[in-house]
Design a protein around this ligand. Structure first.
Ligand code: NAG
Ligand code: NAG
Ligand code: NAG
Ligand code: NAG
Ligand code: NAG
Ligand code: NAG
Ligand code: NAG
Ligand code: NAG
Ligand code: NAG
Length: 877
């Protein structure tokens, strides 16, 4: 069975090498929803791609702009841009022409990030800021699509929906310029109807990534999903539904639904719009059971080429509320809207949503459904570690699941809109989201960043962002920006007012925030913004003992305050540098007690060290506890990410900020946050490891993180003392322990009751590779992933804490492939797709995918010289 499947897949693979079969037939593709009139098919598979370091086509945004800007019209309150009457540029570029032979280009599937599989550039003059991967250049993508004559003949509208493209995406169909959208993190729709024909069509997309266009690793290319939507000319517009729940109680919720009917035809049409509401099955994402409410028909008379919004409302009795896990349950509903004309269904449209209330209390913080929920949040960039920025549902879900295990209940999409599926995961798993749109406004952070687009595009980008995302119950706040250079002056205040007013026009149900790292209580920005969002300054930067929470609170007693960005503690998993500072928080450096190891470019995982603007978790916790009106924090960062390897930008390629490393292994800090964020979960964590052949007789501090309130440390069975946590202590520390080999163990208590125990013993030589998979059954859809971890263990099975054996991964049998490998080491120069990777402090990771359409067992093997190999079996189903 498995063999047969594999042959079939290979055959398909061979066929894709010919031009003819790189096409999709709309008639044969399965629609996502069995919606009357509307068909939505994925365009993710079977593209041809080529990257050019130097511009191959003479095109640029300046040349293309007059044809691209009209895409903003739907989102502008004032200015309108007319499309020039002449056909757009680019028609003479061979890549857009249907006859161009692209057989020599790379065959790729989307989502695709061309840079993540590249070599790291460790040249001396290159900074690690954007991750040392080759993201710059011009990328061309081509795909042929076959459009059924019936679609064209019946006058249907044909749209290209792009979830995001990095960057300055511009599309041509059959050699004609359609349009584009420059901001790489927003989703957009292009109308292909005027350019489409029955039969074979060729779609070509150009993306353009300038040097100095990002502060972190952006990824490159068609890094999110593309879909083709065909619909009756009269249909629900793009992101054309808006649901709110104006009143909510345990007995009853009112639901208001606005539907924007778009008429792409030439004649005025009168249609009926009705909606039914169902509970949403969170797994299948489908309506379940009978309708729980109905919105009676509204009639819309829509003239050709225009839009008309109808409003309806209904009530749901005994609503199942959406609320953040784990205390509340993230129940969801779905509205199914039908547009019909004289009984004929023209379109159906689905809007998943949730029923909940959010209050922003200046003295307590966030209340969801009336219950106070402290914000235990993290900021995260959009990359998915070794997979780069190409969106993958399972990789994103895994990131969020591991954060949730820590007690993380909130996420900030720093500093840009996420993939749409990412918000679906947040809704389903019950996280609160701060959805953020911009990192820059009028002024540059790097030469070619969004400030170049801001004057013409900020309104359109902001409105389309809100319209895409506003039905997600997970979103509790909109962030309009981060650490803007103009935050403290009148330009910043005026811009904040303009942007916040736009948000309020699009969605009045959520408060707006902005990340202020310098703007103080006397700035116009602080006075203007709904929620005071503080980056670092609230808890006090660096070694300052206290920060500005109190000053903001007394100046703005009616505004909620939260730390939009906190901590920025840096560490390398499993690295411990001696001596250890006796302070609660210290600025990282290369001197004694400063936590840095500049020779090896690592930072101590005692989790006490941070750059000059930042602080340890302990210090942040203390300032929050001293200022209990603060709603909570979004830690910088939950996960390590590619780029920004502060403090070793000159020698590394990925960050040290993560609580979780780039591969997904937990740093010690994970357990410090878990202690605070899951106080009822019994656990105790002890650091460092206890295998120090070179440290016999030397002081080797032992720190303990526990959700208990008291602990006793034992060294080789002998008590080293029992300690109770003081009011502003978040760890227990035995700083004078002298290392002797053997075992350290800890017993924790809470309220006098035994609570948890943990230990480390001195391990022997590396003997074997212990291989485990996060999931041993995955979908054979070519997308789902299993994350396979390898621990280098001694003969008793304990991880050898400093092992760096070179491990080679292989698929011993079955329809699987190794996508990438990683180990969480920010300095590792080995390219992500390499099948060989050194363990970093005892651990390495391989990411496994089953071939599309396959079933059967996949045996993943890991080998290294001098130790026994290990393997794990994954079943594709
Ligand atoms: C395409 O036409 C434009 C405008 O006439 C011209 O500037 C450009 O050089 C041409 N490009 C190519 C590749 O022939
Ligand atoms: C609208 O009219 C124009 C001009 O007559 C025509 O080209 C186009 O196909 C018509 N569109 C539809 C949807 O009927
Ligand atoms: C529906 O509500 C929107 C926003 O309040 C309004 O602009 C629109 O005119 C309303 N439509 C109808 C038909 O009342
Ligand atoms: C619907 O019915 C009305 C009245 O019977 C008629 O005038 C109209 O043309 C019909 N509309 C469509 C789209 O068939
Ligand atoms: C505001 O700050 C920006 C960034 O520092 C600066 O370029 C600009 O000139 C300032 N504007 C005013 C009005 O001070
Ligand atoms: C620890 O704190 C003291 C007192 O603030 C300071 O003098 C010292 O430099 C700090 N040490 C480190 C390593 O930051
Ligand atoms: C990194 O390199 C730059 C440019 O060569 C230099 O200015 C800077 O001091 C270096 N930083 C460190 C931490 O070595
Ligand atoms: C550690 O030893 C130093 C010097 O002997 C002493 O001052 C300090 O109190 C000791 N600390 C603890 C926590 O025992
Ligand atoms: C070794 O693998 C077993 C089985 O998969 C797992 O339970 C155990 O935790 C692993 N040990 C280490 C040190 O990773």
């Amino acid at each position: 069975m498995a063999l047969f499947t594999k042959c079939a897949t290979v055959l398909v693979g061979l066929l894709t090498l010919s031009d003819i079969t790189m096409s999709e037939s709309l008639a044969t593709m399965r629609p996502r929803a069995e919606a009357a009139g509307r068909e939505r098919v994925s365009l993710n598979d079977r593209w041809r791609f080529q990257r050019f370091v130097d511009n191959p086509d003479g095109l640029s945004y300046d040349i293309l702009k007059p044809w691209i800007l009209p895409a903003a019209n739907d989102y502008l309150s004032g200015t309108r841009y007319d499309r020039p009457s002449e056909p757009g540029p680019g028609s003479n570029v061979t890549f857009v022409q249907p006859g161009f032979d692209d057989a020599a280009w790379e065959a790729v599937n989307l989502p695709h990030d061309w840079a993540a599989s590249g070599e790291f550039d460790f040249s001396e003059d290159v900074s690690g800021g954007t991750g040392r991967l080759p993201f710059t250049g011009i990328g061309w993508y081509r795909k042929s699509l076959s459009i059924d004559a019936r679609v064209v003949d019946s006058g249907k509208s044909i749209f290209l929906d792009v979830d995001g493209a990095m960057a300055y995406a511009t599309a041509w169909l059959n050699g004609q310029l359609v349009g584009g959208w420059p901001y790489p993190y927003n989703s957009f729709r292009l109308d292909l109807t005027p350019y489409a024909k029955a039969g074979d069509n060729v779609l070509a997309i150009r993306v353009d990534n300038a040097p100095e266009s990002a502060r972190w690793y952006p990824g490159a290319g068609l890094y999110r999903s593309l879909n083709l939507v065909t619909a009756d000319p009269v249909h629900v517009g793009y992101h054309g539904s808006y649901i709110t729940t104006p009143t909510v109680s345990a007995e009853q919720a009112s639901v208001s639904l606005r539907i924007e009917v778009e008429n792409k035809g030439n004649l005025t049409q009168t249609v009926q719009v009705t909606s039914e509401i169902f509970e949403l099955d969170s797994k299948s994402r489908k309506a379940s059971g009978d309708a729980v409410a109905k919105i009676a028909a509204s009639t819309a008379t829509v003239s050709g080429g225009s839009k008309y919004s109808v409003n309806g409302s209904t009530t749901i009795t005994n609503p199942k509320l959406w609320g953040p896990a784990p205390k509340q349950t993230p129940n969801e509903y779905i509205a199914m809207t039908t547009i019909s004309s004289n009984g004929t269904v023209l379109d159906t449209y689905e809007t998943p949503f949730g029923i909940r209330t959010v209050e922003y209390d200046p003295n307590q913080g966030i209340l969801i459904n009336g219950e106070h929920v402290p914000v235990y949040g993290s900021c995260n960039h959009h990359d998915l570690g070794s997979l780069g920025s190409a969106f993958n549902y399972r990789a994103a879900e895994r990131q969020i699941e591991i954060l949730q295990e820590m007690g993380n209940n909130a996420l900030r999409t720093s500093h840009n809109p996420p993939a749409p599926e990412w918000l679906e995961i947040a809704d389903r798993l019950g996280l609160m989201v701060m959805d953020e749109i911009f990192d820059t406004w009028n002024y540059a952070k790097v030469e070619n960043d969004f400030h170049l687009l801001f004057p013409e595009w900020s309104e359109a980008d902001l409105r389309t962002f809100i319209r895409r995302d506003r039905n997600h119950p997970s979103i509790i706040s909109w962030s309009i920006g981060n650490e803007l250079p103009e935050q403290s002056n009148s330009t910043g205040t005026a811009t904040a007012k303009r942007l916040q007013d736009i948000v309020h026009e699009e969605d009045l149900t959520r408060h707006v925030t902005v990340g202020m790292n310098n703007a103080g209580p006397n700035t116009g920005l602080a006075a203007e913004i709904d929620i005071i969002g503080l980056n670092y300054q609230g808890e006090g930067k660096g070694s300052a003992s206290s920060g500005s929470f109190a000053a903001f609170h007394s100046k703005f007693p009616n505004k909620m305050i939260w730390s939009t960005e906190s901590a920025s503690t840096v560490s390398s998993r499993g690295v411990y540098v001696f001596p250890v500072t006796s302070n609660k928080s210290a600025i990282v450096g290369g001197g004694p007690g400063e936590g840095g190891d500049p020779i090896n470019s690592h930072v101590s995982a005692y989790e006490l060290y941070a750059p000059s603007w930042a602080a340890s978790p302990d210090k942040v916790f203390e300032q929050q506890d001293r200022n209990p009106y603060v709603a909570g924090e979004f830690v910088w960062t939950g996960w390590d990410y590619i780029g920004e390897p502060t403090p070793y930008d000159n020698s590394s390629r990925s960050s040290y900020f993560g609580i979780i490393d780039l591969a997904g292994f937990k740093k010690d800090r994970f357990y410090l946050y878990q202690s605070r964020w899951r106080p009822d979960f019994p656990h105790v964590h002890i650091l460092p490891h206890w295998t120090w052949p070179d440290r016999e007789g030397q002081v080797t501090p032992v720190h303990v993180f526990t959700s208990g309130d008291e602990a006793e440390l034992f060294i080789n069975g002998k008590s080293a003392g029992r300690q109770k946590r003081g009011q502003y202590d978040y760890r227990l520390r035995w700083d004078n322990v002298t290392y002797t080999p053997g075992e350290i163990s800890v017993k924790a208590w809470k309220n006098g009751e035994e609570w948890a125990t943990s230990s480390h013993r001195t391990v022997g030589a590396a003997a074997a590779l212990n291989v485990t998979a996060d999931r041993t059954t995955i979908h054979g859809d070519g997308k789902d992933l299993s994350f396979v971890s390898v621990a280098v263990v001694d003969e008793k099975g304990d991880t050898v804490p400093q092992a760096d054996n070179e491990i080679t991964f292989s698929i011993a049998s079955g329809p699987g492939e190794i996508v990438t490998t990683d180990n969480g080491d920010p300095t590792d120069p080995t390219a992500f797709p390499s099948k060989t990777r050194k363990a970093f402090n005892g651990l390495a990771l391989a990411i496994i995918r089953a071939e599309a359409g396959s079933t059967g067992e996949i045996v993943v093997e890991a080998k290294a010289d001098g130790v026994s190999a290990g393997k794990v079996t994954i079943t594709a189903s």
